[in-house]
Design a protein around this ligand. Sequence first.
Ligand SMILES: NC(=O)C1=CN([C@@H]2O[C@H](COP(=O)(O)OP(=O)(O)OC[C@H]3O[C@@H](n4cnc5c(N)ncnc54)[C@H](OP(=O)(O)O)[C@@H]3O)[C@@H](O)[C@H]2O)C=CC1
Ligand SMILES: O=C(O)CCC(=O)C(=O)O
Length: 435
Amino acid sequence: MRDHESWGVSTVSTTTAGGAGHPGGPLDDAQAQLAFAIDHLGLGPGPHAVLATPRRELTVSVPVRMDDGSTQVFTGHRVQHNFTRGPAKGGVRYAPGVDLDEVRALAMWMTWKCALVDVPYGGAKGGINIDPRHFSEGELERITRRYTSEIMPLIGPDQDIPAPDVGTSEQTMAWMMDTYSVNQGRTVLGVVTGKPVSVGGSLGRASATSRGVAHITLLALAHRGLEPTRSTAVVQGFGKVGRDTARLLAEAGVRVIAVSDIDGAVHDPEGLDVHRLARHVDETGTVTGFAGAEAIDGGAMLELECDALVPAAVEGVLTEENADRVRAGLVVEGANGPTTKAADAILRAKGVLVVPDILANAGGVVVSYFEWVQANQAYWWTEDEVNERLRDRMTMAWHSVLTYGKQQDLSLREAATCLAVHRVWEAHRLRGQYP
Ligand SMILES: NC(=O)C1=CN([C@@H]2O[C@H](COP(=O)(O)OP(=O)(O)OC[C@H]3O[C@@H](n4cnc5c(N)ncnc54)[C@H](OP(=O)(O)O)[C@@H]3O)[C@@H](O)[C@H]2O)C=CC1
Ligand SMILES: O=C(O)CCC(=O)C(=O)O
């Protein structure tokens, strides 16, 4: 691994970095989950301080020439929470309001997620505070290339491997891979995952997160004694995760009664025709206005009676304010951090089974791992091979969380976090990295 000091990358001290974050914000919640696991596992203040603190953080200015000739300077971040089990891994987010605390929380969740599904990575996340909808394709390309250049000291196929997240795409990853490769003077396919298949992406990666979410939803429904064809689902978000989750659930026979995007929600108690809805979104850019469905408020949609509610958009949508009105039997977290700590407690008290993000949406990073393995070996698997191996990993993770939760009388979130923290700390201990 390159010496980050020699690249001028700032490091962080345990006293300043990775604190509690905004009260009630994602970092606050992530830190509370870690504190619970540390306590439950009987690990002391030393392990707690190590795991509460990102190993590296980099904040960069991204100056970019706009189409009108002006120059704008954006702020980007890359946080590596942990890389004790392997290179850091995690997505890059382009969204308004992205800040260091949000990226810190998302990076910590990546560490637990990778450990839980036992891929040999640590956790990282990156982001730029922009609304990508307000920029042309050319501007997005220039923003991406400059951001990649600025975080270059941190990333690399053995160091930190970015992937798509909210507001980024396969195309973003192709630009990142190209920028990195041009600087190295050779093509480095393994530097990012979630690339287009024609430039070293994996078959099955585009729908992998959704495939994992749908598979876990079906396992959770079965756990509750529910047949897919007698079940209903509501999906928030119709992007890379939500859209295929809705499709795959519908293909499994689940009645998807409502979906939403940032513009609003559409509802049909008889079940939406998800394929027709996807065509409508391709034509109009939004789920709203879908013929034959009732338009409803996106917030009200979260309170519809259903068997499985799948928040697959942004964090902090199930809160102290609305959790008591949730009428779903299950919440399956397609998004990262959609349920606040307060909401989690309310849902648990109501008997709602919450399948946590680090389990439910881990399919993306599982197939990112497969993509990295394939790219490093320059040998490509069939889509069926990818999907089958993904399914096995997700099933294994589900059963291990369920079993540990039952044994220890823990919620699924508590069980998943404890299992993951235990694995990460075990790696620290075996490597001799403990205070
Ligand atoms: N992509 C991946 O592989 C993985 C993603 N995740 C997580 O899944 C979540 C979604 O990511 P992804 O699908 O990639 O992101 P996308 O940017 O592809 O899609 C986000 C979707 O959420 C919608 N949205 C945004 N804000 C709201 C809101 N307030 N109410 C309802 N819908 C909203 C967007 O609407 P609109 O289309 O109108 O903009 C869009 O449909 C994030 O939490 C991400 O971290 C987790 C694991 C892997
Ligand atoms: O595919 C990856 O590497 C990470 C995806 C991601 O950002 C996530 O799981 O939250």
